[in-house]
Design a protein around this ligand. Structure first.
Ligand SMILES: NC(=O)c1ccc[n+]([C@@H]2O[C@H](COP(=O)([O-])OP(=O)(O)OC[C@H]3O[C@@H](n4cnc5c(N)ncnc54)[C@H](O)[C@@H]3O)[C@@H](O)[C@H]2O)c1
Length: 287
C-alpha cells in the first residue's frame, strides 16, 4: 500500500514537529488534538518555523504555502478514518496511549500501521490494545523533529518484519536517519543513556556540588554536548522527563537502581513544566 496520507495524534511539541516533517516531504497530514486551541497552537508553531526558514533563505514562500496546505488540523477522530499510516504523539501516559491505539484500531483500515512516538514505554503493551499487534511499532523522533535527524524504529514482541520495512522506508523518505531497536525495552537506546545522565545532573545539583549553570557549562564544554542537561530538560518539558523517570523506576529499578530526584518530582507536581529553554530549571534557580 502506498502511503499518501498520515494521521498524527497530538499537536504538541512532537505532534506539530512531526506533522511539519511529513508535510515538507510531500505527505498529506491530518493532525488531531483534543481541543481547538491545541490544534491552532500546533499550526501556529509550524507556520512560525516555516516563516523563519523562508527568512533565512532555506525555503521558498511557495514551498511554505504548499507545506501548510498539506496539513489539516482537527479535533475530530473520525477525520483519520482513511489515513494510510498513523503516528501517535499524545502525552507520555500508558493508559491514554492504549486508549488511542484501541480507537485507531477500530477506526482505520486493518492494513494501516500504527506507530507510537513514546519516549520510553512498552511497544508490546501499547500494541496489545489493538487487534493488529504485528502492525504496531515505535517510531521515536527527537525534539525538535524538523531539525533532529535520528528516528529510533522499535520492534515490539509481535511487530512484523514488513511493518519494520515499511516504517524504515518512510523514515528515510522523511529525510531522517533510522536505527533499529531490536528489543522492546524502556527508553530504547537514546533515552536509556540520556535519562541516567540527566537524573545524575539533578542529583549533583541537589547535593550542592555545583550550580545548574556550572553543571550545564561542564556538560557543554567538557562532554561537547550542544546543550546542557538542564537546558535540555527545560526544552523537552519537565513533565516528560518525570514520566520517563518514573517509568524507568517502575520497570528497571532492579537493573539500574533508578530513582527520580526529589526536585524534579516537586517541580512537576507544582506544575513548573518548562517546554522552552529557560522556562523550567533556569526560571526557578538563578546562580
Ligand atoms: N518533548 C520531547 O522532547 C519528546 C521527544 C521525543 C518523544 N516525545 C514523546 O512524544 C509524545 C508527546 O510529547 P510532547 O512533548 O509532544 O507532549 P505535548 O504535551 O507537547 O503534546 C501532547 C499533546 O497531546 C494532546 N492529546 C492528549 N490526548 C490526546 C488524544 N486523545 N488525542 C490527540 N491528542 C491528544 C495534548 O492535548 C497535547 O497537545 C510523548 O509520548 C513523549 O514522551 C517527546
Amino acid at each position: 500500500m502506498e502511503i499518501k496520507k498520515i494521521g498524527m495524534l497530538g499537536a504538541g511539541a512532537m505532534g506539530n514537529g512531526i506533522s511539519q516533517v511529513c508535510a515538507q516531504s510531500g505527505y498529506e497530514v491530518i493532525m488531531r488534538d483534543i481541543a481547538d486551541e491545541f490544534v491552532q497552537r500546533g499550526m501556529k508553531t509550524i507556520e512560525g518555523f516555516l516563516t523563519k526558514s523562508v527568512e533565512k533563505g532555506k525555503l521558498s514562500e511557495d514551498d511554505k504555502k504548499a507545506t501548510l496546505s498539506r496539513i489539516k488540523g482537527t479535533t475530530q477522530v473520525s477525520d483519520l478514518k482513511d489515513v494510510d499510516f498513523v503516528i501517535e504523539a499524545v502525552i507520555e501516559d500508558l493508559e491514554l496511549k492504549k486508549q488511542v491505539f484501541q480507537e485507531m484500531d477500530e477506526l482505520t483500515r486493518p492494513e494501516v500501521i500504527l506507530a507510537t512516538n513514546t519516549s520510553s514505554m512498552s511497544i508490546t503493551e501499547i500494541a496489545a490494545a489493538t487487534k493488529r499487534p504485528d502492525k504496531v511499532l515505535g517510531m521515536h523522533f527527537f525534539n525538535p523533529a524538523p531539525l533532529m535527524r535520528l528516528v529510533e524504529v522499535i520492534k515490539g514482541l509481535e511487530t512484523s518484519e514488513e511493518t519494520i520495512k515499511v516504517t524504515w522506508e518512510l523514515t528515510e523518505k522523511l529525510g531522517k536517519l533510522p536505527v533499529l531497536v531490536k528489543k522492546d525495552t524502556p527508553g530504547f537506546i537514546v533515552n536509556r543513556l540520556m535519562m541516567l545522565q540527566l537524573m545524575e545532573a539533578i542529583k549533583i545539583y541537589e547535593e550542592g556540588i555545583a550550580s545548574i549553570e556550572d553543571i550545564d557549562t561542564a556538560v557543554k564544554a567538557g562532554l561537547n554536548h550542544p546543550m546542557g542537561s538542564f537546558e535540555l530538560m527545560d526544552l523537552t518539558g519537565l513533565d516528560i522527563n518525570y514520566y520517563v523517570s518514573e517509568y524507568f523506576h517502575r520497570e528497571m529499578n532492579q537493573e539500574l537502581k533508578h530513582v527520580t530526584p526529589h526536585t524534579l518530582k516537586a517541580m512537576v507536581r507544582a506544575n513548573k513544566l518548562g517546554r522552552k529553554t529557560g522556562q523550567g530549571w533556569y526560571k526557578y534557580d538563578k546562580k
